[in-house]
Design a protein around this ligand. Structure first.
Ligand SMILES: [Zn+2]
Length: 115
């Protein structure tokens, strides 16, 4: 493994534990029934809270998945290689986004395709 990736691995692992902690906390709050019928909150703010929770969870779960994939690629020795064109991803880009799967060029293509 490239030595520069060691720091990125630590960073990915830290992000992963942070996300797992956040999700566990979020889940325990949901399970304890907060916002579900125990309080007579008005429907609009209740719906807003639930939607915000849901989008928080979806974003966190997606990020967690990407981080876990990145850690797997580190073990497989394919980390830092663009999934699209097979070229090495710029280290500056990996430092900014440690779980990046595509190089800058392919990522901009991807974004324009998926919106
Ligand atoms: Zn690429």
């Amino acid at each position: 493994m490239v030595a520069a990736y060691d720091k990125l691995k630590i960073e990915l692992e830290q992000q992963r534990s942070q996300l797992l902690a956040d999700l566990a906390e979020e889940r325990s709050q949901a399970e304890s029934g907060m916002g579900y019928g125990t309080h007579q909150a008005d429907d609009a703010s209740l719906a807003y809270d639930q939607a915000a929770d849901l989008s928080f969870r979806r974003n966190s779960e997606r990020l967690l998945y990407q981080i876990e994939r990145a850690l797997t690629r580190m073990e497989e020795g394919t980390y830092g290689i663009c999934r699209q064109c097979g070229k090495p991803i710029d280290l500056a880009r990996l430092r900014a986004i440690p779980h990046a799967r595509y190089c800058m060029t392919c990522a901009s293509h991807e974004e324009s395709q998926t919106g």
